[in-house]
Ligand binder design. Structure first.
Ligand SMILES: Cc1ncc(COP(=O)(O)O)c(C=O)c1O
Length: 367
């Protein structure tokens, strides 16, 4: 596979590709914060007043009050008892599963879970229960294998990163065996789902001690890093685990960025609403078209071309309309997308005329 060409971000909704500036409806900067001067100033200010990082694991001599402040800020935002920060979202999944492994015996993995959860399950030492189809009914059916004394972790993405499906958390909790845990990777839910952008639990109106959240701060929050959030016992187990203990503390600017980004979401809930309106509109326009995978609450949708010719035709037509063609290959893509697919993502900052232009090109193209 050829490595992708580098793109130069121009602003939250445009990229430079070679000599051309193209409209951009891809990536994960859903709220546009990555380009926001207030967030950039908070991060730049941190680099000016503090070292890049304390130079040791937080579990040894690298602890800093800013990490603790950022964790409290994020815990309050997510309505969770506790949070631990990790340098990336991928590591956060490993850390969450490591924390849970002290309180569980078995792991059940969604068949399309992100690679970080698959690796987390593999490394956890928990006994795998195979055969879950990812549905609540499928989890219920697997309960035949449950025995007294077992504690299962069912692990899945809150929002599928390339298909946009949103997990049915209430149904999954109802299907969970006694003493079970639901580990949700909410990398694409934080900042995009729920009235205030608090993510998948706010979207469903659920608060449940059996849920442990993990996710990335590099997507809607526009910063970098990852988090484990949930009840204090599991989060503290993650904090004591090797993934967290064996890692040099992340850049302090990450903590400054998280606090600033959460502040922006609180101050401007209209940004989350703007994203959700655009996502719902795109879903309404496109979800019945062949090859489209979309969910009304999710800013992400996929378009699987019927064949290589159709893919090339769509890429050509998008370019002719001044739109970047986001053709990608990604491990947890929609069914039938092994040869690649177009992954589109709405931004709160997209102009309506541009979204209409995108829909017109897609509709004119067929599949
Ligand atoms: C669902 C999901 N989980 C985790 C990650 C990893 O997050 P990060 O890029 O912060 O390591 C990604 C990222 O690309 C993702 O899509």
């Amino acid at each position: 596979m050829k490595p992708p060409r580098p793109l130069v971000p121009v602003d939250a909704t445009h990229v430079r590709d070679g000599g051309r500036v193209l409209w951009y409806a891809a990536g994960c900067n859903y709220l546009g914060w990555s380009h926001d001067p207030r967030l950039i100033a908070a991060i730049a200010g941190c680099f000016q007043r503090a070292p890049i990082q304390p130079g040791a694991s937080r579990a040894t001599t690298g602890e800093h009050a800013d990490y603790l402040r950022a964790e409290r800020t994020l815990a309050r935002f997510l309505r969770q008892e506790a949070v631990v920060l990790l340098p990336t979202g991928y590591m956060a999944a490993l850390s969450a599963m490591q924390g849970l492994s002290a309180h569980a015996t078995h792991v059940v993995l969604h068949p399309a879970a992100h690679a970080c959860l698959r690796d987390a399950a593999r490394l956890s030492g928990l006994v795998p229960i195979v055969g879950w189809d990812g549905s609540a009914n499928g989890l219920q059916a697997l309960r035949k294998a449950w025995r007294r004394g077992m504690r299962w972790v069912a692990a899945l993405d809150g929002v599928a990163p390339a298909r946009g499906d949103v997990a049915d958390v209430p149904a999954l909790l109802a299907a969970l065996p006694p003493d079970g845990w639901l580990l949700i990777d909410d990398a694409h839910g934080i900042g995009t789902l729920g009235r205030r952008g608090r993510g998948i639990l706010e979207h469903h109106g659920v608060a449940d001690d059996r849920v442990v959240l993990t996710g990335s701060l590099a997507k809607a929050l526009g910063v970098a890093g990852g988090y484990v959030a949930g009840n204090r016992v599991v989060v503290e187990s993650a904090r004591r685990g090797d993934v967290h203990v064996g890692t040099t503390s992340p850049p302090l600017a990450m903590a400054a960025g998280v606090m600033a980004a959460v502040g922006l979401i609180r101050e401007e809930p209209g940004r989350v609403r703007a994203l959700q309106q655009r996502a719902a509109w795109l879903h309404g326009e496109l979800h019945e078209w062949p090859g489209v995978h979309a969910h009304p609450a999710s800013p992400v949708f996929a378009w699987i071309p019927g064949n290589a010719l159709a893919a090339r035709r769509l890429a050509r037509n998008l370019l002719a309309a001044g739109i970047h063609p986001p053709f990608i290959r990604y491990p947890s893509g929609p069914h039938g997308s092994a040869e690649g697919f177009f992954r589109f993502a709405a931004s709160a900052l997209h102009e309506w005329e541009d979204l209409k232009r995108l829909v017109a090109v897609l509709r004119a193209n067929g599949t």
